[in-house]
Ligand binder design. Sequence first.
Ligand SMILES: [Zn+2]
Length: 99
Amino acid sequence: MEKVDRKFQIAARCIEHGHLHTEADSVLFLVKDKAFLAALRAYRLECESIGAAALQLAGVDRLIERVDRWQAEHAAVLKVPDIDAGFESIAGPNEPREP
Ligand SMILES: [Zn+2]
């Protein structure tokens, strides 16, 4: 299966259903990422504009609050996201898929 996230190997289990998720169907953002809070706020707006239910919007609102608080409490470790030299392939395309 094609990797969507090329930076992280992901092994996550959703709390709601127990589904397993990997880099083939999910992406991972680190809370220390200085771009993440703005991305999350844009995601909240998009959720609302496409008609997400109130409970989803509330959940994203609480997530934004937790990320905001974590970043305020860990200001020293926040970083501009980057890809280290030697790992250029992370930013590259995936192999063409079979037709
Ligand atoms: Zn699930």
